[in-house]
Design a protein. Structure first.
Length: 268
């Protein structure tokens, strides 16, 4: 994985908090569908600010344990400072899925949310996740596919943000459409994964989430300008347009489609 295009700023941590709240119910459903159980030893790969790790720790209870892993020392330090001290069954480490010191076959449940869109080698990442799961263990992923962002009434500024984000992911060496390809990648390992999709819509009247696009545009500003994806004037017009749309009382936004993929590692 090259540089994370969204960075590790305070704004990005706030975006992650809002995003996690937006997706919380659906992510809990994914974890339950995949078969997370009380007492499991779990790994949350690309844990970010630790919100999903915390959800998992509640589902596995005090007899289980959740290890959150992220390549950013800054966000891991934030997790350890804010979450670890309050949850004895939760811990965090700095690590890279491709090259971690974790033992193979050491987890009952390996999970990742919204990480694979940032990876340069998703096939290797799937193989490594399967290695870390024990025999009979579960690997589950949630991933966003950025082929479809919707707004109604249609907002051209959202389309501009989508286009810029897709280009930035490609420039970083990753695939903004990897979510739709994960099912095939798992099939090629010889396993039979489960797959489903869901979407999360944001009414602009919901002030808890309506500024998500504005915040994302703010975080991506330097990348957009540095890579000449927009002029400063074009960026300002897009940014101001997104802020205006966030106040539209009848506006509705769908940020991408989420794929759920989960499989049990059965080597018998």
């Amino acid at each position: 994985m090259k540089k994370y295009v969204l960075g590790t700023s305070h704004e990005e941590l706030e975006r992650l908090r809002i995003q996690s709240a937006l997706f919380e119910k659906q992510t809990i459903q994914t974890l339950n569908l995949a078969g997370i159980q009380n007492g499991m030893r779990c790994l949350d790969v690309g844990c970010g600010a630790g919100h999903t790790s915390l959800l998992m720790s509640r589902l596995v209870g005090q007899s289980g344990h959740v290890l959150g892993m992220d390549i950013s020392e800054d966000v891991v330090n934030t997790c350890n400072r804010k979450l670890k001290s309050h949850n004895s069954n939760l811990s965090f480490i700095v690590g890279d899925l491709y090259d971690s010191s974790l033992d193979v076959s050491s987890f009952d449940f390996v999970f990742s949310r919204f990480l694979f869109q940032h990876l340069s080698n998703p096939i290797k990442a799937v193989e490594r996740a399967l290695e870390l799961a024990n025999d009979g263990g579960i690997v589950a992923l949630e991933e966003l596919d950025h082929g479809l962002w919707l707004s109604y009434p249609t907002d051209p500024n959202l389309k501009k943000l989508q286009k810029a984000y897709v280009k930035l992911l490609k420039i970083s060496g990753s695939d903004p459409y990897i979510a739709r390809k994960l099912y095939r990648i798992f099939l090629d390992t010889g396993l039979k994964p489960n797959v489903s999709i869901y979407s999360v819509c944001v009414p602009m009247s919901d002030k808890s989430f309506n500024m998500l696009g504005v915040l994302m545009a703010k975080i991506l500003r330097n990348g957009i300008l540095k890579n000449d994806l927009m002029t400063r004037t074009e960026y300002s017009q897009m940014f101001n347009g997104l802020k205006k749309y966030a106040l539209n009382p009848v506006g509705l936004v769908l940020y991408a489609i989420t794929f759920r993929i989960w499989v049990r590692k059965d080597l018998s």
